[in-house]
Design a protein around this ligand. Structure first.
Ligand code: ATP
Ligand code: MG
Length: 370
């Protein structure tokens, strides 16, 4: 077992040096080491094709790892037959059996496990009540809305009280309002029942609002594994900074590194202080990253060591709770400043020149992708 996995070998789910290739040439999952604690809600987040579903399928036992090992409760997953793994699953297109009623759909996984009729009925009703579908036991899936079907799929995954639930984009087909409601329902159920959940999505808002920890995937690798707030506040590299939340970037060159600050010369000439997060030496290209809500046009709201830099106002959008001002800064025409709507907040006019600033610690010097 390698070092990373050994540190986490007490996890309920452990991926230990897992690789996967479908064609024997390209690795779509590369040296995956990941540990999920009992009761944790972990989300695999990443762009299309980054390997999320493949990772989930290997855990479910529908795909086998090309190398490495997956452990469930300390045991290699291959040694446990699928029906004894106690894994509940919900997939975007994991259809309910159309010829069965809702009640029969839920009863089925219990029947497979050899549960008697009266216990089955009790468990089915309890699972339906959990997703507020108690009145629908006799309907067929075709007589339900998309959201209701998805709730039944969730109830079916939970009915046999699994220790582990896997979900792959389960809310993708739902409209925004229902999706948000179901996000809340799923996390509430998972926490109330103490279920360990591995959830897959490419929607970063969903990942941030639902998870204890988020693993950000890119091209078969985890770029960062962290709780939502850490992921947003302290992205480790440019990919994560750009993928999670809105982000402003300016490219430049590292001029000096001293402890926890560095000096960056932005393209265009301006020198600024930044926090060296993913830079190692003077002369290196860097991409500095600043969140829109950390940009300020009122110097009085910033401490003395804040930078002020010239910016041209390109667009002002009144969004109710916030003002969104698009600026041209050091050549970047998509630099966004987000300010809270307050009586003393200036509404900047397009075409005007202003000065904006931020605190050096809110400006992260990251890798500069080519
Ligand atoms: N059965 C398969 N045979 C061959 N290649 C596959 C197979 N399934 C997936 N792939 C490839 O493996 C890579 C990872 O796919 P995967 O489905 O794991 O991505 P994903 O992160 O779930 O993407 P999405 O967000 O689009 O669902 C992709 O390049 C994909 O084309
Ligand atoms: Mg997928």
């Amino acid at each position: 077992m390698n070092v990373v996995a050994a540190q986490h070998s007490d996890g309920f789910v452990v991926y230990d040096g897992v690789q996967k290739s479908y064609d024997g040439e390209t690795l779509v999952v590369k040296d995956l080491n990941l540990s999920v604690a009992r009761g944790e809600f972990l989300t695999m987040l990443g762009p299309s094709g980054s390997g999320k579903t493949t990772c989930l399928m290997m855990l479910a036992g529908f795909e086998t790892a090309t190398s490495g090992e997956i452990l469930l409760d300390g045991k290699p997953i291959n040694s446990v037959p699928p029906h004894k793994r106690g894994i509940g699953m919900v997939f975007q297109n994991y259809a309910l059996f159309p010829h069965m009623t809702v009640g029969e759909n839920l009863s089925f996984p219990l029947e497979v496990r050899g549960m008697g009729k009266s216990d089955r009925e009790k468990n089915v009703m309890r699972a339906l009540d959990m997703v507020q579908m108690g009145a629908f036991a006799n309907r067929r899936p075709a007589q339900l809305s998309g959201g209701q079907q998805q709730r039944i799929a969730l109830a079916r995954a939970l009915v046999f009280e699994p220790e582990l639930v896997l979900m792959d984009e389960p809310l993708g087909a739902l409209d925004k309002q229902l999706r948000e409601h179901m996000q809340f329902e799923i996390t509430r159920l998972a926490h109330d029942l103490g279920i360990t959940t591995v959830y897959v999505t490419h929607d970063q808002t969903e990942a941030l609002t639902m998870s204890d920890n988020v693993a950000v995937f890119e091209d078969g690798r985890i770029q960062q594994l962290a709780p939502p707030d850490v992921l947003y506040e302290e992205p480790r590299n440019s990919f994560v900074a750009q993928f999670i939340g809105e982000n402003n970037t300016i490219d430049g060159v590292v001029k000096e590194i001293r402890g926890d600050t560095c000096v960056v010369q932005l393209d265009g000439g301006v020198l600024i202080d930044a926090k060296p997060v993913n830079v190692s030496k003077v002369g290196e290209r860097t991409r500095v990253s600043i969140r829109p809500e950390r940009v300020e046009a009122n110097k009085e709201r910033l401490a003395d060591d804040a930078h002020m830099i010239k910016a041209e106002v390109l667009e002002f959008i009144y969004m109710g709770d916030v003002f969104r001002t698009r600026l041209k800064v050091a050549g970047n025409e998509n630099f966004v400043m987000k300010t809270r709507n307050a009586p003393d907040q200036v509404r900047h006019k397009p075409g005007s020149m202003i000065e904006i600033g931020w605190m050096p610690q809110d400006c992260r010097a990251l890798d500069c992708p080519q």
